[in-house]
Design a protein around this ligand. Structure first.
Ligand SMILES: Cc1cc2nc3c(=O)[nH]c(=O)nc-3n(C[C@H](O)[C@H](O)[C@H](O)COP(=O)(O)OP(=O)(O)OC[C@H]3O[C@@H](n4cnc5c(N)ncnc54)[C@H](O)[C@@H]3O)c2cc1C
Length: 501
């Protein structure tokens, strides 16, 4: 008699959900004989197709990956996989230069995710594993005896485990404008752009990579009016170097970290000193553009400087940061709570401008918009009000005193809210209210760092519910890349298939 399969529901079929399914199949099909059979994986998403999520659903060619092709493989053991797949795609013929250094449109990456899922489904079938996709909106997960009951807008079977991959949920800032016809709560609604007049003044709330994507979407829609990008303190993202050479870490090594943490966790000064030494060693005294030593307030001049540096032949700071990527989760786990809190409070915004720099090709486009005067990047935002004629007034403090800018349209690019209680997700809110999920004091949802089992309000790990993706930022710190979410999906699948606590 065949035992009934272990049923796993993956709620959310964006990149994290797909990577979890891939890892479950991979670990089952390559695992030992006892764990090979009887697995049923159900990917559930309110969107009609898997692999799109927020990041890979834009259909615009100008919305490119912010990482090079070579670092976007879905298989840790085969880093060239995405590059080889891309070479076979019709779009490859149009790509000049080295394919592995290219930043393809993100919708192509969504197609890659679906391709890999399709391969996994076929592979799984040969091992008596099923992987299904079902379009539905899940609103509750209830533990009943030995199983989980999910509430959705259509019937679902009972599950043994649920993995919540809810992803980048909409920002909650400025929700007072939610129903305003000239306001877009996110920049990812393609229906909003045709409603913008070509000469309208557009206000963009935020100056991150998402703000850059918004500028490009406006350009693609034929908009030629002024664009104001507003932030409190943060300027534009930095710029990635034209070529990314490998850097071997000398100071930020596991051995040094072990040595430093032999008597206790890392404090912020220790951590900063390690980074500093690594950067000084790689770049020499002049190479590190310390923002504290060299403050500038002119976005165009800043960007021109960053572009020159990105196009130069010398070593680049991003090479060092990129090399630290695999170690970043370990460094975060070794820092004291106080160091983490201090870092998030004082430096996370600055860190983001360096850790998420824009590809050089986008930097040139932004520079053109700045030099033509079409784009202005303005810091010191203090508030936004809707005027009676349907426009918006944005107030900010400037060196000469307070100023107000009037815009015809407003687009929110401030990204995911970090306080889960404020996120507009019935599923999340219900589970938080019942204490099944709890927030992490440093942001997001509290989970075990390795198994990704959720913690309830009493601090106990749930035996059947896991959480993966951007909202585990307080525990994992860096949760906004394929690389980190893939590592976490691997740990999670390992814990699920091995049954480790
Ligand atoms: C614009 C953007 C560009 C990025 N570019 C890159 C890049 O170039 N390189 C890189 O490494 N990383 C990039 N990232 C970061 C990273 O790849 C993403 O954060 C990652 O894709 C997150 O995937 P996810 O599946 O966790 O979330 P999401 O992509 O947000 O997917 C979550 C899914 O869950 C579904 N969902 C949520 N709630 C429910 C529910 N209750 N019921 C049913 N379905 C539900 C949603 O419909 C959605 O499809 C980017 C992120 C963004 C936002």
């Amino acid at each position: 008699m065949t035992a009934s399969p272990t049923r796993i529901a993956i709620i959310g079929a964006g990149a994290s959900g797909v990577m979890t399914a891939l890892q479950l199949v991979h670990q089952r099909t390559t695992g030992n004989a006892e764990t090979r059979h009887n697995l049923a994986v159900h990917l559930l998403d309110r969107q009609p197709r898997p692999g799109a999520g927020v990041a890979y659903s834009s259909g615009l060619d100008c919305h490119i990956l912010n990482m090079r092709t070579r670092s976007m493989s879905l298989y840790e053991h085969d880093p060239g996989h995405f590059t080889r797949w891309l070479r076979e795609q019709p779009e490859a013929a149009q790509i000049t230069g080295h394919l592995e250094e290219h930043y393809p449109p993100r919708h192509i990456y969504g197609r890659y995710l679906r391709h890999c899922l399709g391969e996994a489904v076929r592979e799984a079938a040969q091992h008596h594993i099923t992987v299904d996709f079902q379009q539905c909106d899940v609103t509750d997960v209830v533990s009943e005896g030995d199983s989980l009951r999910l509430t959705a807008d259509q019937p679902l079977p009972r599950f043994d485990h649920a993995v919540l991959c809810l992803g980048d949920l909409p920002a909650t800032a400025y929700r007072q404008f939610a129903t305003h016809p000239r306001y877009a709560p996110t920049p990812w609604d393609p229906g909003f752009y045709p409603s913008i007049g070509p000469a309208d003044a557009v206000g963009v709330l935020g100056t991150s990579l998402t703000a850059v994507d918004t500028l490009l979407a406006l350009q693609a829609a034929g908009h030629s009016g002024p664009v104001y990008a507003f932030a409190r303190t943060r300027g534009l993202p930095k710029v990635q170097p034209r070529t990314l050479r490998p850097h071997s870490l000398k100071h930020l090594t596991p051995e040094h970290l072990n040595h430093l943490t032999r008597h206790g966790p890392l404090d912020l000064a220790d951590t900063a000193a390690l980074f500093r030494r690594e950067l000084d060693d790689a770049l020499g005294d002049d190479g590190w553009p310390s923002p504290a030593q060299n403050p500038r307030s002119d976005a165009a001049a800043d960007l021109a400087h960053d572009i020159r540096q990105a196009e130069g032949d010398g070593a680049h700071w991003y090479e060092v940061l990129d090399a630290t990527s695999p170690l970043a989760p370990d460094i975060w786990q070794r820092m004291s709570y106080r160091a983490k809190a201090e870092f998030l409070h004082h430096y996370s915004s600055l860190w983001a401008t360096y850790r998420h720099p824009m590809p050089l090709v986008n930097a040139h486009l932004v520079a053109q918009h700045l030099s033509s005067g079409q784009l202005r990047v303005l810091t010191g935002i203090t508030g936004v009000t809707a005027a009676s004629d349907g426009t918006f007034d944005i107030r900010r403090t400037a060196p000469g005193g307070d100023v107000t800018h009037r815009v015809d349209r407003l687009i929110n690019t401030t990204g995911t809210a970090t306080d889960p209680w404020l996120i507009d997700s019935p599923l999340l809110t219900t589970l938080l209210h019942r204490g099944i999920l709890t927030t992490h004091p440093l942001g997001g949802i509290d989970v075990h760092p390795h198994t990704l089992r959720t913690r309830d309000r009493n601090g106990d790990l749930h035996p059947r519910i896991h959480f993966l993706g951007p909202l585990t930022n307080g525990v994992h710190f860096y949760t906004n890349s394929i690389e980190t979410n893939l590592t976490n999906a691997t740990h999670l699948a390992n814990s699920l298939t091995s049954g480790s606590p």
